[in-house]
Design a protein around this ligand. Structure first.
Ligand code: AMP
Length: 176
C-alpha cells in the first residue's frame, strides 16, 4: 500500500537527460510530506537495530533522506561528493561511467574503524556509482557497511545488485 503511494507520486521524465532515458524524478517524492514520512518510517524500521553510527549520502539526491534518517537514527551524516567540492583533505575513488571516468570523495576524517555505515542514494541502475562509494567507504575500514536506495531499476536487463558481493546487505524501497 505504502509502496503504491510512492510509485503513484514518483514522476517519470522521458528522454532526460538524453533521448531514451526514463528519468525517475524523486523530487516529486521529496516535495510530498506523506511520501517523506512513509520513506523515513520504512528506512527507520529497516535500520533502527543495526547500530548505524554514520550515514553516507551520495551527491546530491542522496543527501535529502540520508540526512533526515541520520537525525532519526542519532547517527552522523557524511557527504560523498563529486571532485573538488569538499574543502578539507579527502580520500577519493575513481570509477568508469559510460562516457569516461568519474570520481567520488569523502573527507579523510569523516569515518573511523568503529563506525557502522549506511550508504544511501536515490536510485540503483547499473550500480557503478554506489560501488565506487562502497569501495571508498571500505578504505576507512568500518565495522560494517550497509547500502540503501529509494528506487531499484530492475527492467531493461539492469541488475545493479550484481555489482556487489552477495553478502552485501542492500535494501530498496521501490522496485520498478
Ligand atoms: P548507476 O551508477 O548506473 O547505478 O546510476 C545511479 C546514479 O545515476 C544515481 O545517482 C541516480 O541518481 C542516477 N540515475 C541513473 N539512471 C537514472 C534514472 N533512470 N533516473 C534517475 N536517476 C538515474
Amino acid at each position: 500500500m505504502n509502496n503504491e503511494i510512492l510509485i503513484k507520486n514518483l514522476r517519470n521524465v522521458p528522454d532526460f537527460p538524453i533521448p531514451g532515458i526514463q528519468f525517475k524524478d524523486v523530487t516529486t517524492l521529496f516535495k510530498n510530506p506523506v511520501c517523506m514520512q512513509i520513506m523515513l518510517d520504512e528506512l527507520y524500521e529497516l535500520y533502527k537495530d543495526k547500530g548505524i553510527t554514520k550515514i553516507v549520502g551520495i551527491e546530491s539526491r542522496g543527501f535529502v533522506l540520508g540526512a533526515a534518517l541520520a537525525v532519526r537514527l542519532n547517527a552522523g551524516f557524511i557527504m560523498c561528493r563529486k571532485p573538488g567540492k569538499l574543502p578539507a583533505e579527502t580520500i577519493k575513488q575513481s570509477y568508469m561511467k559510460e562516457y569516461g571516468k568519474d570520481t567520488l570523495e569523502i573527507h579523510k576524517d569523516a569515518i573511523n574503524e568503529n563506525d557502522v555505515v549506511l550508504i544511501h542514494d536515490d536510485l540503483l541502475a547499473t550500480g557503478g556509482s554506489m560501488k565506487a562509494a562502497y569501495d571508498l567507504v571500505q578504505k576507512f575500514h568500518p565495522q560494517k557497511t550497509y547500502i540503501n536506495f529509494i528506487i531499484e531499476l530492475t527492467g531493461e536487463g539492469l541488475s545493479g545488485r550484481t555489482a556487489f558481493d552477495q553478502n552485501t546487505e542492500i535494501t530498496t524501497l521501490i522496485r520498478i
